[in-house]
Structure formats: C-alpha cells, structure tokens
Design a protein around this ligand. Structure first.
Ligand code: ATP
Length: 350
C-alpha cells in the first residue's frame, strides 16, 4: 500500500515516540525506544513474541503508564497529560486488539459499543444522530445496520473484529494502533479483515502502527518497518529496504525464518536459525541484546550496543556494510551460507 506522506514543515508527525521506557518491576519490557510515524503512514512493528511490541502500543494509547519517555500525537505531548486533560484528545488515537471477544463488553449492544467513543469524548449528540453515526460506521466496515441491536457474542469472530474497527474509527483518529488485528481470527477471514483495514486506511488516511508477527501482512500493508528485539528497536527503514536489504542480523534471521508462498524462493533461501529461545527480559544481555543468539557476534558486542545510523532513521548493527547491505551472517561451519535478501513478494491468501 502506498500512503503518501503529507508532512510539511507545518504538519507535525502523527506520532513521535522518544526514549520510551516501560519496566514492569524488574521486567524490562521496553527500553529507550524512539520512532516517528508521518501522517497517513503505516509503520509495521515486528519481532518475536515477548519483544515488547504490545507494550509499546499500550504506552501510546495510555493503557499503561510508561516508566519514562515521551509520546507526542500530532504534536501534543500526551504522555504528560492527566486523565482529565486527556479527555479532548480521546479518540485521536484508537486501538484494535488481537482478540475482539476479549475487548468488546459482552453486556453492551453492538450499537452502544460502537457509539461509546463519541460519548467518552463528550460529543453531545441526540440519540438519533448517534444512531445514524453508528449505522454509518457499521456500513463502512461491511456490517448491516441491524447488527447494532445484537450482542457481540451473537456475531462471528470476523464480524466482531469489524465491530472493533468501527468502534476504533468512529472518532476519526489520526492514528490507529492495530495490535495483531487478524491473528486470533479464522484463517479464512484474516485476509478479508486485512483488506478492509487496508481500504479504510487508504480512504481515511489515518496513520497506523501495525503490530504483527505476519510478515506477509507487513508486505501488503506497511510503508515502513521497525524491528524489535527484547525491548529494543534494532532496525527501522522502508519496507522495501528492510525486506530487500535487511541490515541487522536479527532482521535477517526473522525474514529467513518466515514462510514464503513461492516454493522455489523458499528453497533458495539461506536459513539463519534463531536457535535458543528469547532471553529473559528480567536480565537482558549487556551491550547488543541479540548477541547471545547472533551468528555474527564478537566480544565487542557485549560492551557497546554496536549500532550505526544508516541515515534514513535506521539504526543498524555495526556489521552492516558501507553500502548499507547486510552482513554475510554465518552460523555453524564457515561454509554455511548466510541469509538471502531475495524475499519473494507475498500477498495474503484470499
Ligand atoms: N503487565 C505486565 N506485567 C509484567 N510483565 C509484563 C506485562 N506486560 C508485558 N510484560 C512482559 O513484557 C515483555 C514484553 O511483552 P509484550 O506483550 O509487549 O511483547 P510482544 O512483543 O507484544 O509479544 P506478543 O507478540 O506475544 O504479544 C514480556 O517479557 C512480557 O512478559
């Protein structure tokens, strides 16, 4: 998908996250994470389970209070606002969760669920006007007006996720955080919901932080990609650059591990296995956190996070070549080939 960045000098980024830290007691879930999303841009946040992706999303939407750091939405520092001060900004950022069954109040009618953000935002609307807005939003996500009179449990998983999306978008947010929006759904409806999100994003032009494990969905939906590993951002760049020339050994491993639709391309891939499980966020490795699993690690990686600036907002491992291409990562015997940068184009299966 192409989202033309409409940023001008006068238009602040849709989202600026600066030095975000979230520790749950001793658990270092997110550590010094910074990134920006331009208006209308889709940034995919990828990484293994437990790398801190959802926690970043929750900090942005103030579902958890960050330990430190700044979150600016369309130029407003929302991290320092009290709940009361935040009220007029409610609805500027919305979130769609992985599991619609868990995120929709089972005692509320769908119409009330979808219309609730308008009430919370303090919009004074007559019952009739609110009903009309709800009907409009339901139509936008492909649901009939009658659905408003049903309870969430009376709907299918795909329909429930459409309700979550309608609820998220009724306040016309400038930023949508979509946290694994299709992964809890039946495979047969995943592509339809993903297509819906893509269409809505293109039509309504909201910026989107798309948190996902699904690299084929990233290829389909994202403009830029940010890669997280154990609470840290290890790489950021345009989707094309990251997929074609991943610079961090972790990104290379992640891409090499992802299934591709084309069996020939799959065979040509040179796998880099991640090996052991993710280390604990209770006691992350010093220096570069990936070093304990990195096939290219040297002793220096234990001391300083070996990052260099690629110049396009990307932080990359010091192993990156001067031309910006990735290192030849080796694992095991010296003749074991490194990862391929030749990723087949993928689209979600219908
Ligand atoms: N409320 C909490 N209390 C304590 N630890 C937490 C809490 N929420 C998350 N964590 C821990 O923070 C780390 C990051 O979790 P997070 O859910 O953000 O990762 P993730 O990348 O989104 O994983 P997944 O893809 O499985 O959702 C993990 O070690 C997790 O156990």
């Amino acid at each position: 998908m192409t989202a033309e960045a409409t940023t001008t000098a006068a238009t602040p980024p849709a989202l600026e996250v600066e030095d975000l830290v979230m520790h749950f007691g001793p658990v270092q879930a997110v550590d010094d994470v910074s990134f920006t999303i331009r208006p209308g841009e889709v940034l995919a946040l990828v990484g293994e389970s437990g790398s801190g992706k959802s926690t970043v999303g929750k900090c942005i939407t103030r579902l958890v209070e960050p330990t430190s750091g700044t979150v600016r939405v369309a130029g407003t520092d929302v991290s320092r606002l009290s709940r009361r001060q935040l009220r007029p900004h409610r609805g500027d950022v919305s979130i769609v969760f992985q599991d619609p069954a868990g995120s929709l109040d089972p005692r509320m009618l769908v119409g009330d669920v979808v219309g609730e953000p308008l009430r919370l935002r303090g919009e004074r609307l007559s019952r009739r006007d609110r009903g009309a807005r709800v009907t409009e939003e339901l139509g936008r996500v492909g649901l009939r007006a009658e659905v408003a009179q049903r309870y969430p449990h009376e709907l299918s998983g795909g329909q429930r996720q459409r309700v979550s999306i309608a609820r998220a978008l009724i306040s016309r947010p400038s930023l949508l955080v979509a946290d694994e929006p299709t992964s809890a759904l039946d495979v047969s409806v995943q592509a339809a919901v993903l297509n819906l999100l893509a269409d809505l994003q293109r039509d309504m032009e909201f910026a989107c932080l798309f948190i996902t494990h699904d690299l084929s969905a990233v290829e389909y939906l994202a403009d830029d990609v940010a890669v997280m590993y154990l609470g840290k951002l290890v790489e950021r760049g345009s989707r094309r650059r990251v997929f074609d020339r991943p610079s961090h050994p972790y990104t290379q491993a992640l891409l090499a591990a992802a299934p591709v639709a084309d069996p020939v391309a799959q065979r040509q891939r040179r796998p880099v296995l991640l090996g052991d499980d993710l280390p604990s966020a209770l006691d992350p490795p010093s220096g570069c956190r990936f070093r304990t699993r990195c096939p290219a690690a040297t002793e220096t990686c234990a001391q300083v996070p070996p990052e260099i600036d690629l110049g396009d907002g990307s932080a990359a491992c010091h192993y990156v070549r001067p031309d910006g291409s990735g290192p030849e990562v080796r694992r095991g015997p010296a003749d074991t080939p490194g990862p391929s940068n030749d990723t087949a184009r993928r689209t979600p299966t219908a």
